[in-house]
Design a binder for this molecule. Structure first.
Ligand SMILES: [Zn+2]
Length: 423
């Protein structure tokens, strides 16, 4: 009985505190918007310390993405945001099953902040605390509040509305179309450029098969913007190739702020089978098959971000034996990229081979399906753009996207040249 009274008193006190908090403008955390994700652990209203975890569900992929709006911040004072790793074990049917996504992934060296929810800048470097603990408990970002509201995220968010804005801004180059309706009823938007000639070679660029990898979408955006520019190689490429770009494949998990990677039953980039689970993967397969039937399919590019330990971007290659022509194309493209990738984010020729040692679903990885089922001679690569270095900003990602476009132009210009006659 006594216990009941106590808990009633505690409840009443809490209600008073909530009501008083509204009046005093106490710190509160909100995720009620597209892509929002956070689970508040504690808020110390006196010390201005907010402790939180990613809000995602492990059934929907790595619970590592976080993105929220803080309100009621003390203007002019320091606020400390401390992210912890999620306690949820991974449910994937692959080798990481039962493991947890650690702070090494959940707490990037720099987070991203915004005063208005649309313009993003990097925070100062976070600090792992306690510094001597293995592993440390939190990654701590100390930010001086310049307004009572602040948006904070793992990386610069990229949402379906950003795809729509790109299509509108560059309407003379890109026409949007609905690639598919997702399982959760969302429109998966693709952009298409129309070349001068109907038989032009085609390039398919995908991003965000893994929802948390927002940098891939920004690389895609940089490529989309570059193609619409006046740069000579961009003008050449849009006249001589048809390009289809999908800035967000897993729209469902991007909107709910889930990680996507290694979600159930498997993620988008483990779904390239004869019976895909996701309508957008089936639609992308159909696009590839149609373009192959028209003898126009030339390039498949899939944009990702790697784990957080890397210091330079790299390609992942198909594991399977390449035909002589595909091997020559792949080697030549990597050489071109070495020359063209001059943006702030470093690029390294180091590559990863996605085979059975990488994932038991390796044959259902997009580029591997394209290789073995549709276009064995086409160029198909994954670009893993490094995401946890100071240069991995929206500007840095866009530069990588422009460099990718320049690489496509050089590659197709070489393909278009008549081969030297053999003697
Ligand atoms: Zn990925």
């Amino acid at each position: 009985m006594h216990r009941r009274v106590s808990s009633f008193h505690a409840f009443a006190l809490a209600m008073v505190s909530v009501i008083a908090g509204e009046v005093r403008g106490e710190i509160s955390i909100h995720t009620d918007f597209d892509g929002g994700s956070a689970k508040v652990v504690s808020i110390d209203q006196k010390a201005h310390v907010i402790r939180f975890k990613p809000g995602g569900d492990a059934a929907r992929g790595w619970p590592c993405w976080w993105y929220f709006r803080a309100e009621g911040l003390p203007v002019g004072e320091d606020v400390t945001f401390e992210v912890m790793a999620s306690e949820q074990p991974l449910l994937t049917d692959d080798k990481r099953k039962g493991k947890r996504v650690g702070l090494v992934v959940t707490g990037p060296d720099h987070a991203f902040m915004s005063a208005d929810g649309s313009t993003w800048t990097q925070t100062a470097a976070g600090e792992k605390k306690p510094a001597d603990a293995t592993p440390p408990e939190v990654m701590s970002y100390r930010i001086k509040a310049t307004a009572s509201t602040l948006w904070l995220a793992w990386g610069p968010p990229f949402l379906p509305k950003d795809t729509a804005a790109l299509a509108e801004k560059h309407a003379s180059t890109w026409k949007p179309f609905e690639l598919a309706r997702s399982r959760e009823g969302q429109s998966v938007t693709a952009l298409r450029s129309k070349p001068a000639k109907a038989d032009a070679p085609a390039i398919l660029v995908l991003a965000r098969q893994h929802a948390w990898e927002c940098g891939g979408s920004w690389v895609c955006a940089g490529f989309i913007e570059w193609l619409a520019s006046n740069e000579a190689s961009a003008v050449w490429l849009r006249e001589h190739a048809e390009i289809i770009a999908v800035p967000i494949m897993d729209v469902d998990r991007v909107l709910t702020g889930d990680g996507g990677k290694e979600g159930l039953p498997h993620d988008h980039n483990r779904d390239w089978s004869d019976a895909p689970h996701y309508p957008e993967v089936a639609a992308a397969q159909k696009l590839v098959r149609d373009l192959v039937a028209q003898q126009r399919f030339a390039v498949f590019f899939d944009l990702h971000n790697p784990g957080t330990g890397g210091r330079s971007s790299f390609f992942a290659l198909p594991k399977e034996h390449l035909s002589a022509i595909a091997a020559e194309r792949q080697t030549r493209f990597i050489e071109i990229a070495r020359e063209e990738f001059k943006g702030a984010i470093p690029f390294s020729p180091i590559t990863r081979f996605d085979g059975p040692d990488y994932s038991r679903f390796w044959q259902q990885i997009g580029k591997n399906w394209v290789h073995s089922h549709a276009a064995p001679d086409a160029l198909k690569l994954i670009l893993e753009t490094v995401n946890n270095i100071p240069a991995a900003t929206i500007t840095g990602y866009r530069e990588t996207g422009a460099d990718l476009g320049r690489s496509f132009a050089t590659y197709l210009q070489q393909e278009a040249q008549p081969k030297a006659p053999t003697k």
